[in-house]
Ligand binder design. Sequence first.
Ligand code: UD1
Ligand code: MG
Length: 435
Amino acid sequence: MQVTGSERRCLAVVLAAGEGTRMKSSRPKVLHDIAGRSMLGHVLASIQEAGIADVAVVVGPDRPDVEAEARAQAPGASLFVQRERLGTAHAVLAARDALARGYHEVLVLFADTPLIETATLIAMRRRLEAGNAVVALGFEAADPTGYGRLVTNGQRLNAIREHKDATESERAIRICNSGLMAIDGALALSLLDAVDQNNAQKEFYLTDIVGIACQRDLSTSYALAPEDEVMGVNDRVQLARAEALTQDRLRRKAMLNGATLQAPETVHFSFDTVLGRDVVIEPYVYFGPRVKVADHVAIHAFSHLEDTVVDSNASLGPFARTRPGSHVGAAAKIGNFVELKKANIGAGAAGTITCNYDGFFKYKTTIGAGAFIGANSSLVAPIRIGEGAYVGSGSVITKDVAPDQLAVARGKQMSKDGWGASFRAASEAKKKAKE
Ligand code: UD1
Ligand code: MG
């Protein structure tokens, strides 16, 4: 019986053993963030979105940090260590025990190729299902130097030739290998075990399984992706480019979902930012991880949000900063130069608020529904402002304010009649005496 579609068991093997020396970092390359999530996390998310439940992650030796990230992002993944770096086929074979479990399909991905889209993974699987033993993922390179080349004949893939091993005429080919590959699960181990180190780099090339499959009269083919989607990240310049491409994707998604971005290129999102409909975002707004914004919210210019829930019809900024644990209630107004942390601003509460903490402990500020906080006030946490209370502007409030109370905490005003005129007259006389 032919097994089709979602019944075909698929294993994704993610190579995350990269050294990443060109990052010049104490952190492993694949743990560098793009839009607030590690590169490895992005690849694991695409795999999950493609409906692939079985994942093997191949890490370098002594990389507990990479292992921990793999566990956090894909709790069911099995982890394997590639002890020596002997090439991409050797790296895939580090996951031999997973491959031996028996799958219909095997997908190989690189953790340093983080922009890969779910739709592309699905397209590769379709080509396997159509009867191919191996499907490579190619792209048309603006500059093919350094990449493996796809040697094709129509839809058939005859070989992948690494740049260093290619002839002059093969180097003229512009369709390059992204490195990602889909392999018939029943054949994967036997194809990989046939790879040798007979090449310019004396490595076990994953790409060699194409030629080996052809020798066995198996069908081989390829899919194509845009060059941006399969870009590899090896240094910080490429990391910045991957970030820019990801931000573009996130801004488009936000706008197509009904948010207005007045200057989209100045707004920075996190991979998990959630925006409701008719949210208006003014220029230069930054979303850190875990921000959820409901419908009809206005976020004014130069605001910085992080780990915050904003309920409908609220407005923030300009120059508002919300730090972890903030909750802005429905229709609440958070004015300019405000910093919130672990603060719960009730529905309809308004004014300019600064919530304080000492340098050691974090305290909570709670502002009841309908409370009015006058401009330029400081609320020294821990503190509770009751529902419907009023705080006079310029106050430094250190004690709880009960519901409906008025609290004013600032120097009492003193007024002297005629003081201005006598001050000016005295000053003029002093000046004249000096001349
Ligand atoms: C590989 C492809 C090449 C393709 C290019 C795209 C092979 C033989 N070549 O070349 O056709 O055009 O990617 O960028 O596959 N890795 C390990 N262990 C190893 C070696 C590599 O885990 O022993 C991982 C790397 O960390 C990286 C990926 O495999 O994530 C690709 O390795 P890399 O050395 O970048 O391969 P390329 O020579 O660029
Ligand atoms: Mg590479």
